[in-house]
Design a protein around this ligand. Structure first.
Ligand code: HGY
Ligand code: MN
Ligand code: MN
Length: 426
């Protein structure tokens, strides 16, 4: 029984093309028409196997391969708890071919490989595409996996708008998702044995060390806020420099000081990013009256995130006071760091050893659906190298050889978990 890495790579290419935009960029922002194309193509792969995926109340796509034991299987009785293999198909703007899509296509490949080999698992296997993992369109990420895990949906305001002014609730409605009903997607804990996610590392450590498999130990938490600095719109020609209350200059002073604040108050894994900024009125001859930007902080420890957040806020208040401007914050989302499950980690390590691949235990700086799933279910993640550590970029690349190895380890991990369940002892 062998996973077909060539077929996986071909499908990743086909999915990537669903995100084609005029001008040569590729992206599948959550609940966009490009996302719809990718989701429909992915569902069609399952229908070709005779499996009709369902879509839950949060827009997650779930394709089930029944297990031998339980309702639809041969042996009578309630089905055993399912093994989940999930990830996401939505991307960041200009994202790569592998982030998220690899985990979804590899889950499909496990089903196709089992079906063609005639091997029946004892447990049901659910392959899940979680909706809006990135949060690139409406600000907060992991919406589908959050709803699936029964997390509070407070971070997913229905009125949050994308850059074109489309509200989240309207974008969901175009996909048949009623924002008010998303809570119905919550999956009962007892119906899940564990969750597995194969993902690219999105960093450089596996690539630099030449290690084909990463076994994720923990996933960094992430806090996102929106900052608005308000100054005074004025004439760019007739307003002397000492009379200005320039919101963008204040923003620039703050943003440029963020790296040393993170260095002073954080640890090796601490990061802070300003990824979006809007200036008003955004005219060449008008002193900016206001600027609004995103502020995202991540670390493996929640207290470190909070410490950096308060030090950055202190700095911002100093900068705005000194420049006669004011600032305010709008909370967007916050997800605590999470540990991966020992039993699932042990199964991944065993699978790597059986396959003859070296593996290293490592934390994830990127967040994933597994971050929010880990609140409710035992989770494990398998990483493969990202060439030059690049991700969230058209340059994102993983080799066919590494994809094959990641798929081999995923299949072996599923077989181990199906056989022995979760063995958390060493
Ligand atoms: O932003 C992230 O860490 C992930 O790629 N969604
Ligand atoms: Mn991802
Ligand atoms: Mn991503």
């Amino acid at each position: 029984m062998k996973m077909d890495g060539v077929r996986v790579v071909r499908r990743l290419e086909e999915l990537y093309l669903c995100g084609a935009h005029d001008g040569g960029a590729y992206s599948r922002l959550a609940f966009s028409e490009e996302d719809r194309k990718g989701r429909e193509l992915f569902a069609s792969y399952f229908r070709a196997l005779g499996i009709d995926p369902l879509t839950d109340a949060a827009g997650n796509i779930i394709a089930r391969l029944d297990g031998e034991e339980g309702e639809k299987g041969e042996k009578a009785g309630a089905p055993l708890p399912a093994i989940l293999i999930g990830s996401h198909l939505d991307t960041v703007p200009g994202g790569g071919k592998y982030d998220g899509a690899l985990g979804c296509v590899a889950g499909l490949e496990v089903v196709e490989t089992l079906l063609s080999s005639g091997k029946r698992l004892r447990h049901p296997l659910d392959v899940v595409v979680f909706a809006d993992e990135e949060g690139a369109r409406f600000g907060s990420g992991m919406m589908g996996s959050g709803a699936f895990s029964g997390a509070s949906l407070g971070d997913f305001s229905p009125t949050a708008e994308d850059s074109a002014g489309v509200k989240r609730a309207d974008a969901l409605a175009a996909f048949g998702v009623n924002w008010k009903e998303m809570g119905k997607a919550a999956r009962e804990r007892a119906t899940v044995l564990c969750s597995l996610e194969l993902h690219i590392e999105q960093g450089g450590s596996l690539f630099k060390s030449g290690t084909p498999i990463g076994v994720v130990t923990a996933i960094a938490g992430v806090k996102r806020r929106e900052v608005t600095i308000t100054g005074e719109m004025n004439h760019a020609g007739s307003t002397r420099m000492h009379d200005r209350k320039d919101a963008l200059v204040a923003g620039a002073r703050f943003i440029s000081s963020a790296p040393e604040i993170v260095a002073a108050h954080g640890d090796a894994y601490s990061v802070a990013t300003v990824g979006t900024i809007a200036v008003r009125p955004n005219a060449v001859n008008v002193i900016p009256g206001s600027c609004t930007f995103s502020l995202e902080i991540r670390d493996q420890e929640l207290p470190v995130i909070e410490r950096i957040d308060s030090e950055l806020e202190r700095r911002l208040r100093d900068v705005t006071e000194a420049s006669g401007t004011t600032c305010n914050f709008r909370f967007i989302s916050s997800t605590s760091p999470a540990l991966m499950d020992d039993g699932v980690k042990n199964a991944i390590i065993k699978a790597s050893e059986e396959a003859g691949y070296s593996c290293s235990l490592m934390p994830s700086g990127a967040f994933h659906d597994s971050l929010t799933l880990a609140r409710s279910f035992p989770c494990g993640m398998i990483f493969i190298p990202s060439v030059n550590g690049v991700s969230h970029s058209p340059e994102e690349f993983s080799t066919e050889e590494d994809i094959q190895k990641g798929c081999d380890v995923l299949l072996r991990t599923v077989l181990t978990l199906d056989n022995t369940g979760l063995q958390s002892g060493a």
